[in-house]
Design a protein around this ligand. Structure first.
Ligand code: CO
Length: 329
């Protein structure tokens, strides 16, 4: 069995400073082992020290048989809605602190960028690559700008040219009385957000414009996309006046992107493998958060429909290709 790589984990730096902005994400450290992420005065999420403590992460990886973790920011810190100068400052602090979390070669840092300012996003990515980051996590939209926004496409072109893997994570879901209950923003909003962003790349003609070399992965199994590809395909053929803006029908673009495996159900994993291809599904867990898979990798390890070679590809082989060779800062 080859290496096991978890492409979807998050961190929060324990040393996150209070920026003094009234509505900025803050960290209230309650003890050596616990902290609270605050949005203004609202308690957003209680987190444990495995968010920032490399030793704890490595011990839990050992327990679950995980060799490498891609360590990405926690999306609530993206700050795309803020003035660009503030988002640049947040990204710099966050990305530098990430290197203090990723003290082991088994922890692979992905940076965040101020996506609302494409030039600044490209510059911050370049700075991070030079300092030891291996890839970038982006939110699936910046306000009303989805992944087919010209500025976002400029950034993705930069990622392709720099040979940098991109991990797309849903965030900033729609709220309101119907969605602010039962974790509906996470259970309904997030899968829909990711589906919409894959459509933006397909129907918005982004894959037509980007080089095939771009390596891009969508979180949570690509959200609702795989289940509804047939509906999208039908719409592309039947309503070309409204939908058919990509050069090819949606299914043509399968193979251009990967998804992670954090779907919790063998039937869903099988649909993903059948739809996006066995080379484009990668172990992801959403560690260390409560909606993550635990033990990490159990869904893939228990999948009886996979051959041993396929299982090894999903557990790590595909991810090693996605990550590309190590960089030497
Ligand atoms: Co996540």
């Amino acid at each position: 069995m080859g290496e096991v790589v978890d492409v979807h984990t998050h961190y929060v730096p324990g040393g996150w400073p209070d920026l003094g902005w009234p509505d900025a994400p803050r960290l209230r450290v309650d003890s050596e082992r616990e902290a609270m992420i605050l949005l203004g005065d609202h308690e957003f999420r209680r987190i444990g020290s495995n968010c920032w403590d490399a030793g704890e992460r490595l011990a839990e990886m050992d327990a679950d048989g995980v060799d490498l973790q891609v360590v990405s920011p926690t999306p609530v810190f993206f700050s795309y809605e803020r003035p660009a100068a503030e988002a640049i400052r947040v990204a710099k602090i966050f990305n530098d602190l990430a290197l203090e979390v990723c003290t082991s070669e088994r922890l692979i840092p992905f940076c965040q960028v101020p996506l609302q300012d494409p030039d600044a996003a490209c510059a911050e990515l370049d700075r991070c690559l030079a300092s030891g980051h291996r890839g970038v996590e982006i939110g699936n939209h910046a306000g009303d700008r989805d992944l087919d926004d010209e500025g976002v496409v400029q950034f993705l072109k930069h990622c392709a040219a720099a040979d940098v893997p991109v991990f797309v994570h849903p965030w900033d879901m729609a709220g309101g009385p119907r969605l602010d209950r039962w974790m509906a923003q996470w259970l309904v909003g997030m899968p829909a957000e990711t589906h919409l962003s894959i459509l933006a790349m397909i129907l918005g003609g982004v894959f037509d414009r980007l080089p095939e070399s771009l390596r891009i992965c969508f979180a949570h199994g690509g959200g609702s996309f795989a289940f509804w590809l047939g509906r999208v395909e039908n719409a592309w053929h039947r309503r070309p006046d409204l939908v058919g803006v990509s050069e090819h029908p949606p299914s043509h673009y399968l193979g251009r992107f990967a998804v992670d495996s954090v779907v919790f159900d063998q039937r869903a994993l099988r649909l993903l493998v059948d739809t996006v291809g066995v080379d484009h599904v990668m172990l992801g867990s959403d560690y260390p958060y409560p909606l993550g898979e635990s033990p990490v990798g159990s869904l893939i390890r228990e999948a009886t429909f996979l051959t041993d070679d396929d299982r090894a590809a999903l557990l790590g082989g595909n991810a090693l290709r996605f990550l590309g060779p190590p960089r030497r800062p």
